[in-house]
Design a protein around this ligand. Structure first.
Ligand code: ATP
Length: 376
């Protein structure tokens, strides 16, 4: 089997190191050369890669971030950039590429795979690659979903989401203690882009009083079940605000609350529901002393949880096994393969990664499972 290149791309997520190590150690065990590409697609475009030895991959599963770096690479979005990447892969005698990243990175991998033959031919025509070198060039691509957002259709857990959830839960536990001590309300903003998984799971795990997620604006715009006029200004309240106020006021004598808002939360007219606006509403309508905490990048820094270490290791090994299978079978696979993971097993994901639907969250919301659990 020709050599394997592996890179991490997009936002870093806990477990990327374990996934890269899984790919590398499985390759080395099979006697296949493996290269780590530095800084994601940037390193591929610029040809910056290091051949890995067994020891290069030691002592790395517990480390946060990504050892070989990541970057957002504008050049890779252009045909010229991707041709430079193809030339560098051919020069490294790569027969396989493993991309560990989010939906953008995997979309890029898909495009690279579909354009491979064209780029090789053009590079030969331009004299960027010698004819004989390129003649045998073919590439198999495998993608592993690395993102704390857990926003990939078809996989239960993306690399890093469980660690990020642990981090959020730890932070909200700490905030809840201070909220209770000072009789304050805290609005905690969490990441997730357009996916509410982190917010929803953190809400359930910390007994939050209310959670805003993008998949389910809190009440229909037409709701008539809650008062919609502000008690202080007499003006009409947004329906989500009215619902929030009604819920927080429901438990008599409750002196503090925790509200979790996903960074992508919006109302049913697609207007953002921000932490600042939530604070304004709570202060005006309920008179609670209210503070905002944005957890920010602390959610994806630091050590991966045990689950991310073992799942990502398994995913890395599965990636190599798939590549070895393709190499043994001969002709290139028509499409790249992506791997997803449930709690017990690793499986290929059949759907295109650009379909970043959030089925797990939708299932919970549709079943009405989360609403009743709120108001701790
Ligand atoms: P995260 O979920 O953490 O944001 P991501 O992989 O979605 O991770 P992006 O910034 O969207 O992060 O993508 C990472 C890199 O992948 C981009 O900088 C770019 O180089 C490449 N990429 C993304 N989308 C495309 C595309 N449509 N075509 C080619 N390359 C792309």
């Amino acid at each position: 089997m020709r050599s394997v290149c592996v890179l991490t791309s997009g936002g870093d997520s806990q477990g990327m190191n374990a996934a890269l190590r899984g790919v590398a150690r499985a390759s080395l065990s099979a006697g296949v050369k493996v290269f780590a590409v530095w800084d994601g697609y940037k390193g591929l475009v610029e040809g910056v890669m290091s051949e890995l030895s067994w020891l290069d991959c030691s002592n790395m599963v517990a480390a946060g971030g990504t050892k070989y770096g990541t970057a957002r690479c504008a050049q890779f979005r252009t045909e010229e950039g991707r041709r430079a990447a193809v030339v560098n892969l051919v020069k490294a005698n790569a027969g396989a590429l493993v991309v560990i990243g989010g939906d953008g990175s995997l979309t890029g991998a898909s495009i690279l795979a579909s354009e491979w033959d064209d780029h090789v031919q053009k590079a030969v025509a331009n004299g960027e690659l010698p004819q004989d070198f390129a003649a045998a060039a073919e590439l198999h691509v495998v993608g592993l979903v690395g993102s704390i957002d857990n926003d990939m259709f078809g996989t239960h857990f993306t690399i890093g989401c469980v660690s990020a959830l642990h981090r959020i839960v730890e932070a909200v536990d700490a905030i809840r203690a201070t909220a209770a001590s000072h009789s304050r309300t805290f609005v905690v903003e969490v990441m997730g882009r357009n996916c509410g998984w982190l917010a929803l799971m953190a809400g359930l795990a910390t007994q939050a009083d209310f959670v805003f997620i993008p998949e389910s604006p809190p009440s229909p715009c037409t709701s008539t079940s809650v008062p919609t006029v502000s008690t202080t200004t007499g003006e009409l309240l947004e329906s989500w605000a009215a619902t929030l106020v009604a819920k927080l006021a429901r438990v008599e004598g409750k002196r503090w609350s925790v509200v979790i808002v996903s960074e992508g939360a919006h109302d049913c007219k697609m207007e953002p529901i921000t932490a600042a606006r939530i604070k304004e509403v709570i202060e005006a309508e309920l008179g609670h002393d209210t503070r905002i905490t944005k957890l920010g990048h602390v959610q994806r820094g630091g050590k991966p949880a045990a689950f991310d270490r073992y799942m990502s290791t398994n995913l890395g090994i599965a990636a190599f096994d798939a590549l070895a299978g393709y190499a043994a079978a001969g002709p290139p696979a028509p499409e790249p393969v992506y791997f997803g993971c449930s709690d017990a097993s690793v499986y290929p994901v059949a759907l295109h990664p650009a379909v970043a639907a959030t089925r797990n969250v939708h299932d919970l919301v549709a079943a009405g499972k989360y609403d009743d659990a709120m108001v701790a």
